[in-house]
Design a protein around this ligand. Structure first.
Ligand code: ATP
Ligand code: MG
Length: 381
């Protein structure tokens, strides 16, 4: 905010002083005129008593009143003027002083951690600028406190979710181990079956711990990753091939539509394979009833993209942003059959962020599309 000179604090003070002076002079003028008239009337009365009402004494009357002023009178007048001036100055600057007090009490409130109330921004001088700056500070402070609160809550949720997701397979591992150690009556077939369950659950635990580790590792702001130039078109078929067994298991057909030509990006192959792999495994897991999965690559302006599309259950629009949050799962899919812990997309997002890219999802009757967009080499903004 640029303060205009005529609205500056200095100009305001000069204005208050001039106004107080003017009010003082007018008041004194009125008072002295009153006294003067009163005195003249008194003296004229005396004069008339002595000389009659001829009016000839007007000259000597003026002389008389002038000669009555003395040094003491001047001092009294000066003190009176000063007092009057101070009184007017206090009155005229009252609203301004109140405003400064308001600003001070706003700062005090902020100091005590009360950040809800804004300080009103009045006028257009340095103090209104201070008030506006304090309001901005208040907002920043409020935002910081709010994000701290959210971070604290998220941390608690994370711990609760981790504890829950670790406990579930662990409970069943312990249960089956009890059966295996105490149950002499078990047949060999049952024993093998239970051992299989224990092993599957232990693997589930291992995956979860690995996911958690990856999530926290790639979630750090400035984690250094090794990048190289990759052509998405050479890279993508390998990823699709890795999912071949799983596609067969789920009776899914995978259709590919790759961009004709190189799609060079700078990235970490292992991490990108992980991110795109998470999209693929989701498409297989949640789109099994759609029978077809599509994988596309392409370019738009300065970005190369990979899209994984599946058909079947639609993700409600209000859930589309939330599914990238850690541990978030669309409620209907929180079934034992689909299994996951809700970390896959959060990890994919962290990885894409590390590559200065975007990841988004759209979902309607025409299909559920997850798209990763990455800056093409040589076109980084
Ligand atoms: P994880 O990947 O950690 O094993 P998850 O698959 O449940 O578990 P995310 O991959 O983060 O977790 O996905 C979050 C949620 O988003 C899923 O639970 C599911 O509800 C929804 N979702 C993700 N991908 C799809 C998809 N292709 N189609 C429909 N819903 C999806
Ligand atoms: Mg997943």
């Amino acid at each position: 905010m640029k303060v205009r000179h005529f609205r500056s604090f200095r100009f305001k003070m000069v204005r208050y002083i001039l106004l107080s002076l003017l009010a003082t002079l007018i008041t004194e003028g009125i008072i002295f005129l009153g006294i003067y008239l009163y005195e003249i009337e008194n003296i004229a009365g005396e004069y008339r008593k002595v000389w009659g009402a001829s009016g000839q004494g007007s000259m000597s009357l003026r002389m008389l009143s002038l000669s009555s002023s003395s040094v003491l009178d001047i001092i009294i007048i000066l003190i009176f003027t000063l007092l009057l001036f101070i009184m007017y100055f206090i009155l005229i600057s009252h609203s301004f002083v109140m405003y400064v007090r308001e600003i001070i009490s706003g700062i005090e409130r902020m100091k005590n951690g009360e950040t809800m109330e804004e300080i009103p921004v009045r006028g257009d001088d340095e103090f209104s600028e201070i008030a506006a700056s304090i309001n901005e500070m208040r907002k920043d402070l409020y935002d910081t406190m709010e994000s701290q609160r959210i971070a604290e809550r998220t941390k608690d949720e994370l711990i609760t979710n981790v504890a829950h997701d670790l406990r579930t397979p662990l409970t069943s591992i312990l249960g089956y181990l009890d059966l295996l150690t105490q149950g002499d009556f078990l047949t060999e077939e049952q024993r093998q079956k239970y051992l299989g369950i224990v092993s599957a659950k232990a693997r589930q635990l291992e995956t979860l711990i690995k996911d958690l580790f990856d999530y926290t590792r790639y979630g750090k702001d400035k984690v250094k990753i090794k990048k190289e130039i990759l052509d998405l078109n050479l890279f993508m078929p390998q990823i699709v091939d890795e999912f071949y067994p799983s596609l067969i298991d789920n009776q899914l057909e995978c259709r590919t539509d790759f961009y004709e030509g190189a799609l060079n990006i700078e990235g970490n192959g292992e991490l990108l394979a992980r991110a795109i792999g998470n999209l693929m495994s989701n498409a297989i897991k949640y789109g099994a009833e759609g029978k077809i999965i599509e994988v596309r690559t392409g370019r738009m302006e300065r970005e190369a993209y990979v899209a994984v599309i599946n058909y079947g259950k639609v993700i409600p629009p209000e859930e589309l942003d939330k599914i990238f949050d850690k541990f978030y799962r669309v409620e209907t899919s929180r079934s034992l059959k689909t299994g996951g812990t809700g970390l896959g997309l959060a990890i994919a997002k962290n990885i894409v962020d590390l590559h200065d890219g975007h990841i988004w999802a759209s979902s309607d009757e025409s299909g559920t599309r997850f798209q990763i967009e990455l800056p093409e080499v040589g076109s980084r903004k």
